[in-house]
Write a protein that binds this ligand. Structure first.
Ligand SMILES: [Zn+2]
Length: 359
């Protein structure tokens, strides 16, 4: 993928920097982990610090001192999660802030305007993410609304002029819950609108994994191969491998960062709960073959001690490793795709990463 802030090698994982920071990591840490693009959340940034302030700073890249690409979501997902505090109509969604209860409104046009102020390299259209499970009738209506909003966004994007001199791409989002005919209709209509890239939304919202894989597979069969295909909010390392196999190019998820802060570590040898007492005297690195800053310099026993004593360094070291591991994983996937060895590699890596390390 190419953006004005650099090429992105796919498949790629995007660490989540909800409030213009990937929790505990500096931009230098992110660069060290191999991060090529991060995600920012429009809803959170719109509420705090607000679009005007970020505009005054010259956009999100200057604000947070990150000069590689940024993707921002539309804010829709967070707003729809507010359940009792939002009201949808044909033109948009009105909601109350989770911070202070103040009233706000998002429309297809307003979320694009916010993302213009943020200056993200990839923007997302406003969509409604139907919950799981959804009645067919609900999913159908929701899908029609999402398509209507996508058309409005696409029309505005026709005469787009970015604020800071860097091109901004706009992605459409395929919805339709677990109904294949709705997914097909959603994808077909979005393709007609000719977006620079397409996301598959409304998955990883509580449905069984088999359904998630099946719908992903179904959508990537329809969406054009020559454009980026982004599976929103996924997932565990094994989900990422399975979805790459089904044709997905881009991922974002809070799992590597959130789990690191909770003491769960991913590695090529499996998962480990580093807080566990069994690692108290363990002088080995998390993963002897990992080249991240944490594994090159620190032991499991030391990081466990940092968790135990609530030292912030522990959260940072664990996050560095987990993010590095996710980036390593997608890099390996890419290498094996290019070598035409993906199928064999997939089988081997899945059995390794899904085991649990106990010693
Ligand atoms: Zn490591």
């Amino acid at each position: 993928m190419s953006t004005d802030r650099g090429e992105i090698e796919t498949p790629i994982f995007m660490p989540v920097g909800t409030k213009a920071a990937v929790k505990t990591l500096s931009p230098a840490d992110l660069n060290d982990t191999g991060t090529q693009i991060i995600l920012g959340n429009t809803y959170h940034l719109y509420l705090r610090p607000g679009q005007e302030l970020i505009h005054d700073f010259g956009g999100i890249h200057k604000f947070m001192n990150w000069n590689k690409p940024v993707l921002t979501d539309s804010g829709g997902y967070q707003v729809f999660s507010l359940k009792d505090f939002r009201k949808i109509d044909e033109q948009g969604v009105s909601f109350q802030s989770h911070l202070d209860g103040s009233r706000h409104r998002f429309t297809p046009a307003s979320v694009l305007d916010i993302q213009r102020s943020l200056g993200s390299d990839i923007m997302m259209v406003l969509d409604e993410c139907a919950p799981y499970p959804s009645e067919r009738e609900y999913a159908l209506k929701s899908n029609e609304l999402t398509l209507k909003w996508a058309r409005e966004a696409r029309e505005i994007y026709e005469d787009w002029s970015p604020l800071y001199g860097f091109r901004q791409q706009l992605f459409g989002i395929v919805q339709g819950s677990t109904f294949k005919d709705l997914r097909e209709n959603s994808a077909a209509e979005l393709i007609k609108m000719d977006f620079p890239g397409y996301a598959v939304g409304g998955l990883a919202v509580g449905e069984p994994k088999e359904i998630m894989y099946e719908i992903t597979d179904f959508c990537t069969d329809i969406l054009p191969v020559e454009k980026p295909r982004y599976l929103m909010g996924v997932g565990m390392p094994e989900d990422i491998i399975e979805s790459i196999d089904r044709g997905i190019d881009m991922f974002d998820c809070v799992i590597p960062t959130r789990n690191a802060r909770n003491g769960t570590i991913f590695s090529r040898n499996g998962k480990m709960v580093l807080k566990s007492a069994r690692f108290r005297e363990d002088q080995k690195p998390i993963d002897g073959e990992c080249s991240c800053y944490t594994c090159r310099n620190f032991s499991r026993g030391y990081i466990r001690h940092l968790y135990n004593t609530n030292e912030m360094l522990g959260l940072r070291l664990a996050t560095i490793h987990n993010v590095h591991f996710y980036l390593w994983l997608v890099q390996q996937a890419r290498k094996n795709i290019l070598n035409d060895t993906f199928a064999d590699w997939k089988q081997k890596i899945l059995s390794e990463i899904t085991s649990t390390i106990t010693e």
